[in-house]
Design a protein around this ligand. Sequence first.
Ligand code: SF4
Length: 163
Amino acid sequence: METKDPIIKFAVLDKILNLARANSLWPVTFGLACCAIEMMTTSMARFDIARFGAEVFRPSPRQADLMIVSGTVTKKMAPTLVTLYEQMPSPKWVIAMGNCAISGGPFVFKGQYNLIEGVDLLVPVDVYVPGCPPRPEGLLEGLMKLEEKITGTRRFPKPEQKW
Ligand code: SF4
């Protein structure tokens, strides 16, 4: 019997793959400045990023699908950052962690000559985590946001705002 439905439903397959991807994000080991200390703290026992499957920080971009840009992006570092991003296999995602990565942070002033004022000028950014530095909880919330972007659903309900 003929059917209009495809034998292989890629939409369902994609949904399953995206669920697997969102729950096993592998960040490339990549810290640029003080925000990286908070990123490292997020992987320690107290905050335990392993609860969300994202603890496998890879030394090679070819084994990673997430770049957490944590720190100040200088013009000298920019070509390296872009090369690392290009070496990551698709699908891949970027979190801009901290005000420096988002917009240059406290180092933006008239006449500054050595800073990229936002990593989104170099690579596409999926999630922005503001703060100087953001706390580990902030990075975890950013990770939830990215999971939501990949799967279309949120793992936990949004925290209640009390102000
Ligand atoms: S945002 Fe603040 S804490 Fe993060 S790298 Fe910049 S100066 Fe350091």
